[in-house]
Design a protein around this ligand. Sequence first.
Ligand code: NAX
Length: 328
Amino acid sequence: AKTPVNVTVTGAAGQIGYALLFRIASGAMLGPDTPVRLRLLEIPQGVKAAEGTAMELADCAFPLLAGIDIHDDPRAGFDGANVALLVGARPRGPGMERADLLEANGGIFKPQGEAINAVAADDVKVLVVGNPANTNALIAASNAPDVPKDRFTAMTRLDHNRALSQLSARADVPVSAIRRVTIWGNHSASQYPDIFHADVAGRPGAELAADESWLLEDFVPTVAKRGAAIIAARGASSAASAASGAIDHVRDWVLGTPAGDWTSAGIWSDGSYGVPEGLVSSFPVTSAGDGWQIVQGLEHGELSRARIDASVAELVEERDAVRALGLI
Ligand code: NAX
């Protein structure tokens, strides 16, 4: 039998945690032959609810679930972690400025980065879902000097999937017929969903993008502001779709992206496409199961270039703010 993979999930008692854990335990993330051991990390107030979730996980009798333990100490929660999903974060409260938000999250992601550095497995792969995801990933990576930077990633896969869904409706083709869509930049309203290089059931994405009023007044803002629309409709933020994005991200990272396609992920920039090195920014990426590679050689028109630059400028501001706070 295969050795179980240790998967740590923070914020396990939250709503994304509730949608995520059952799918991990069912094999949707690491494949149908890979047993998993779940390690739930919560704050003390969340432990009781996490215990309830653990009871339900046990009650599913998932054949792949090799064990569950619950912690409120990051050093215990990340012990031996092969995959770490950092979902728990501090939401923006009323009257909170961006600097306050970054500082509050620094108080979470700095010690978590340090704990990952100290106790996680050598092959640890980290996905940050908790917002502001890109900068939280930057903080965690910066506080884990012994872990290669390319193991820290931020989730833009939900944005990517939202773009596929909107494009599918627009072109009236199944999502499975669409390839090579990209989310660039920050997981925020400044993100740029790029369809210029897409293949939409054999039709060049640039042809659809030529309708600029649709592109700029409908498609781009619908994708970028979808989170707010979900809150308005559901009375709660995206949870099952966010969990599904996290599953897709880790699955493609570990098992590989399909030939002829790519996906989007927030990864440590190597300077590609003029994105300053050391920012965690979303790029078009592929994996052959051995790590993310940035798709090279895409050409950008003025419109795309300006949108990418604007989102990257926001990441630079966030980086400068957390640097000034001494978090990186
Ligand atoms: P919930 O408030 O339902 O759950 C968060 C959980 O995290 C709580 O149980 C809380 O006790 C726990 N927590 C807080 N601090 C912690 C710490 N230091 N260690 C461990 N656990 C801790 O939020 P939920 O709806 O699950 O969303 C979680 C995060 O995902 C939020 O930051 C949210 O903004 C972010 N999202 C990110 C998305 C993305 O695409 N990257 C989309 C969905 C979502 O908005």
